[in-house]
Design a protein around this ligand. Sequence first.
Ligand SMILES: Nc1nc2c(ncn2[C@@H]2O[C@H](COP(=O)(O)OP(=O)(O)O)[C@@H](O)[C@H]2O)c(=O)[nH]1
Ligand SMILES: [Mg+2]
Length: 917
Amino acid sequence: MTLETQLKLKTYYKMFINEHENIHPIEVLGELFQEEACKDLPNLSSIRFAQGEVYFHHKDYEAAIFKWENIINELEPWAKKNTADAYYQLGLLSTAEDLYCAITSDNLTLTTEVALQLFSLYIERGKLDLALSVIKKTIDANPDYPNVTEIARTFFEEQQDWNNAIELAVNEAIRTGSLEWFDMIISYVEKGVTRNHAPSYFSQAVHFLFSLDQRKFEQLISTLWDSYNNEEIYFTWIRELNHLLLSLDIHRDDNLSELSGLHKEAFFSFIDGRYFIKNLQDFIPNFLTNWLRLADKKNVVLSAAAVLSWNELFPASLSMSIVNEAEKLISITETDMDELEECLTLFDAITNWAQANDMGENNRVKWIVQQLVNFDTQHLLITGLSGSGKSTFVNTILGEDLQDSPTSSLVMFKDSEEEEITEITDREISSLSGFSDFQERMDRRRNALESIIEFKRPNAFLQENKIALLDTPGLKGNYNDSYEVLKNLQLADTVLFVLDANAAFTDKERSVLAKIQELAPDIPVHFLLSKMDTIANEQEAISVFDETRARIQSYIPDASVFAFSSQYENRQQLKDLQEFIHSIKNTRNMEDKRLAKLLFYIRATIASLMQKRVDVENQLIESVRWNEEMLQKLTGAINQLKDTENQKAKDIVQSYRAIKNTVAKDISETVPKMLQECSTFIKEDSNFSKVHIELNEVMNKKLEEYLDQTVLPKYYRLLQEWIDGCKEEFVQSQEFLNEIGESFNRMYGEERLVLDCDFKVIDDWHRDTDRMTSRFQLETVNILLRRTPSQFLLKSAGKLFGAISQNKAMLFNKYKAFVENEDYSEAISVVNQQFFQQFELFEKSLERDVTLFFKSPLQLLNHSAEEAQAGIQANQEMLTNMNTNPEMFRDPLTLFEVRLRQFEWMTVAGKGMQTVY
Ligand SMILES: Nc1nc2c(ncn2[C@@H]2O[C@H](COP(=O)(O)OP(=O)(O)O)[C@@H](O)[C@H]2O)c(=O)[nH]1
Ligand SMILES: [Mg+2]
């Protein structure tokens, strides 16, 4: 045992015991002390130190402290530590802490022991910060000291101080290379407590682990990968990993299958449409380089194909040496991946993406893909010119007259336990309820070419021969044909070309055939010579058949030809047909061929989605342009209408006023004269004290009579004329608006604007003017009773002189003169006020009435203008959105293409097979 260990364990005293084992140490040491004390220069420190230990072990801490306080040799620092230990045992923690802290020494064991004591003391006193700092210092200074890192780890974990725990594990892993520490790191990563650490934090440890243990290396990477996946720093992790792997000397036969699998999974997630290319572009090349370097057997082809396809779509992004290696690998290696499964996954990813981005359901192609993966059934596509006998042939085979009218859509006849007829268009899949529904559907021509009909029905012939028949609309030998042929041709495993024996293999037919062979050189074409019964005699029939077959075979040497008639005896012909069909079935390498077709449809789908995006943009641009034009026209029309309205209101009010003025002029000319003439009513013998009252009554009566019987009828007549005039104006305006409305509706392509004015206004005017001119009742006006000075004089004169008869003649004359010379203007104005009151009210409402007349058209136009404005804004916003994020549509499709090309490299190009374009 070394001295340090003895000091640490407080067994230093044993040195003094030696042979005195059966004597109590206290006694042995006491004797020694006495002995030493007797010396001239006694050295008592060592014995005291030993005595302190013995007391300590016997829990006599005070005695121990007393002994250790008097040590003056090299043991002094240890004595201080022991003293502190004793105080610690006595429960005097504060004193113990002070003492520990005061110890200074170069001895690493001592300082470590002190630190560990302090560490537990701090914990006991709840001073966790100090505990942390002392243990961290200790790890730094003396990590190899027994238990130090273990104590620290336990402490960190208890405190859930993950940062320190992780730091300790990473540092220790690198320092010691102990796999246990790597396990510790893995456990922390799995716990999820490392997520806030930058990926680079672990790089050194991961790098080191590669040289220690490759399985653990994969395990650590895999847990880290998992923990960063879906986090914001995921791509940072990928970049860091790229970097790390590039720096390692990796060989494909290291068999890092877990890592390879992770690369595969990640690569497919990168290109599944959720990321933009700009986010991927910088790290994918390195990522693929690494994948190819470490790919295990199962993934070599996949990774090589990924390299090649990425290189194709992003040329020069990968190094030449990697591309060359990928090319080499792809041609020599077999893959055991389920290509079909992967293809279907890709196809689903594309259609789901399209759906999520409002780019349609793509039901047609989805259905087609379903048919292609059904390897049990061969597809015999029947084509030929219209009327050549395709549908009749299909009927014969099916043994039922399922089709009588010309075929308008592609119809696929399949054997099935239950009858089920379905119509498939891109937008929807609908079930046809039965045969009559089917026939009705076949008669409908409109958009028929856009749908496919799937006709399932129990059928022995189809079942026995494991085929499905695809009847097609007849070809006309013109330009549209190629579109039709192109659309469905790839569904076929074999093409059966039906010729009419009466005019077989014409130029038209040869040009269609050329088109088919150009589009699908891999699909075999065979021929049916139909309507053989229409040939006059057997001899000729044989020669027509021989001659036609020779001509066909000079084009296509392998083509078979079958002579057919719907009139022949059925059973024998069906037997022959069965043999014929069996001989033309194209079953060799069926799965590979179908796979190539599948890839063709995936490519077509990507292309059509790309095109759709362009279409959408063009539609938006067009819609903005159109709405702007409409808005401009609408605004013009609105302004024009407002001007018209103002002008009409002005004219109408003016003409109305003119009538009023005429009438007022009449009154002002007639009334004074009329009143003046009332002087005849005054007689010499009138009672002059009352004559002014009577006279006033007479005048009122006359006035009322005049206004009611002369003025009103004239007024009525004038107003009727005025209303007729207004109506004419209104009719003109309506005609003008009708024209505007029509021209807008032409632009809208629908009856959208009906600009009807409100002619009820005219009725209202009739009613109002009738009412106003029906009768006039004058409220008595004080014409002669007014208190003007002259009237007053007359009145008083009457009262004063009335009784005096000789003055009567004078009064008579004066009165008469007065009545005849009065101008009555004041009275007239009072009368006018009464008379014109309602006409003036009417005048005031005229402008509003004109507005009412035009209200509905104006509202409609305004509403349309607002709609146009809204249309412009909405489409403009979408356009801006599309243009600021063009990658939103383009990128996912490009990445789908990467994946498609990857499969093509693996399946078709890599194997030297023919790609279907
Ligand atoms: N005599 C005779 N007439 C036939 C034969 N096959 C078809 N036809 C007639 O030819 C016309 C067109 O037939 P169809 O099957 O509808 O032609 P598709 O347009 O190619 O489908 C119909 O009037 C059929 O009755 C046949 O083998 N013999
Ligand atoms: Mg037909």
